[in-house]
Design a protein around this ligand. Sequence first.
Ligand code: NOJ
Length: 722
Amino acid sequence: MDRNRILELTADMTLEEKAMQMTQLSPDMFYHRCPSNLTGPLREWRFEDEQLQEIGSVLGPSGAAYLRKLQEDYLETSRQKIPLLFMSDVIHGYVTIMPIPLAQGCTFNPKLCEEAAEAVAREASAAGLHVTFSPMADLVRDPRWGRVMESCGEDPCLNGRMAAAMVRGYQGEDPADKGRIAACVKHFAAYGQPEGGREYNTVDMSRGVLRDFYLPAYREAIKAKAALVMTSFNTVERVPASCSKLLLRRILRQEWGFDGVVISDYAAVEELMNHSVAADALEAGEKSIHAGMDIEMMSGVYAGSLKTLLEQGRITESEIDECVIRILELKNKLGLFENPWKDADEQEEKKVIYCREHLETARKAARESMVLLKNQGALPLSDSGQVGLAGPFACTGNLLGGWHCEGRPENTRTLGEALEEKLGGRLVTAMTQPFSWGGDRDVPDMVEEAALGLKDCEVCIVAAGEPEWETGEASSKTNLRLSKNQEKLIHALHEAGKRVVLVLFSGRPLEIGPVLEECDAVLQAWFPGSAGADAAADILCGDYNPSGRLSMSFPRNVGQIPVYYNYYNTGRPAEAKADSYVTGYRDCPNSPLFPFGYGLSYTDFTCGGLEISREGGKLQAFVRVRNTGKRSGKTVVQLYIRDVSASVVRPMKELKDFRKVFLEPGEEIRVEFTITEDMLSFYNEEEKWVWEPGEFDIMTGLDSEQVETRRIVVPAQADREA
Ligand code: NOJ
């Protein structure tokens, strides 16, 4: 459909119809309603029955048959017959569930994440969905916040690469194509930094921090052509994102040139009143319209206030039309005017959902996302002897993690099953009840019994962690330790002389310091998804050499949070002097327990011989990576840069590029990085993107702590040319 037709449709709409086009509700609210008996929020929001007939988009429905019928019924009664948009939270899988995004970040393999997102889109589109509320590009530094599981971690570069890869995976060349859906990057902006890690709390940071760390990943998603942006619940510079002209008008639209649809988070327009930046719904609507919020999700501010606002001259019709046109353009971009059902197809659903190929992708992604944190020879498991398995994650399919959409924990293979396939009768289990005992209720008898049950096993795997309901939205925590009984189980097995292999299932870095000494090996498995148990078994048994690297630092204890690698230097750096008047703690080092970018392998790698070349005016770094061990495997070569002295404080190091490489035993390769001007640039005090001539440290290594450094001087352009 051409743009003129969109303009005609807009011109033909009544104001009420426009307001409803700009409103998103769940099917319960408008489809399964009882028109003569409106109750609850519907009544509070004062939707009229006729209004509900012209709703523009739907939150959270799914299933080809259901969505075909919903669209059909809607088009029958709607006056203009503009198809509905179906949007949902397909975060890391529809039915086949991939590892949680924090784990996907640990793959350092954007191509693989793109492949995973493509499989996810294939399932979701066959089920009739048009838009997914993913990727979440919120940078995270505080594991107390439950939603760190939805992010790809603490680094802007990694986060940006992953967000862009996911957008490409969902949308392909064109979201209208078969098997594709539109991506909605969220939560714009800086939702990942709530004070104290407390969900929905205030976010407050300087413009420089926002620019340096928090904005880049959203921008990468937009450069990759994400069709929508969702605003965040929080404030930025004291203004809630859902009415922030700074974020929505200036940065998103003007600076970044985004011309897609902006949608609020759930009821966030109405919540402007709770934030106390709007005295009433009229003011909330006025502010969001001025900021250019196109769709209001799950509240009725637009529906109830646009008419009055227009009559009172507080908003203009062209501001409303701007939003409506963008919504219709999205529908057009998805081809809905020609085919309102898009890919909804029951046959295709049967074919693609939970298919072997998607499960294989999920297994690959899970294998690459698991991070081996410690190994004192306990892994891979040896070929003989009995192997013990205990812990709340030993025999459960609850490995999918929060936001698992239509995932099927009941069909998901358990670690016990996956290990049994490989170890047969060598596997002995004890104390495998899922979280019934995971709380703080003391169960000393069970722990003793378990230790006794595993007495003939030299090696015991403890599948421990946090329950999935303690992660995700509204799941902030102040205690990140394993529950007492899990710690006791590890302790009892260690005391009994066992080699303890801890396999950790969690949606965040947990505080594992208290049990680390007692474990001979630790594998961070995250919530690994539908094929996660097989992936973990592949690693434990040595059929896959672990290659995951941490996307988020592990704190030594909660008091150290936030702890992250790319911090700014202080006037009293910890490294400078051996006295107490430097930045630090009396009772704890500044460094994390495990740093960003860290992870072990079953082979050994060296990385060194960093050389810088400026041939032909091109700045390049070369480094040699060698597999010095006995097994083939993958490692991640990481390039960091520090601007040694600048007009504003710069981070101690910033990841600028990385390569995941595969090496046979004894193989050595030379990895090359091109250092671009962008990699040296930052937003200065005037908010200009600049690079300042002078000294830079170029660093390469296999994690963010152990790096080799070359200091270089990059002169101003004119000097370089002279
Ligand atoms: C609230 C969450 O913050 C957001 O991430 C999600 O997409 C919406 N609800 C819709 O479910």
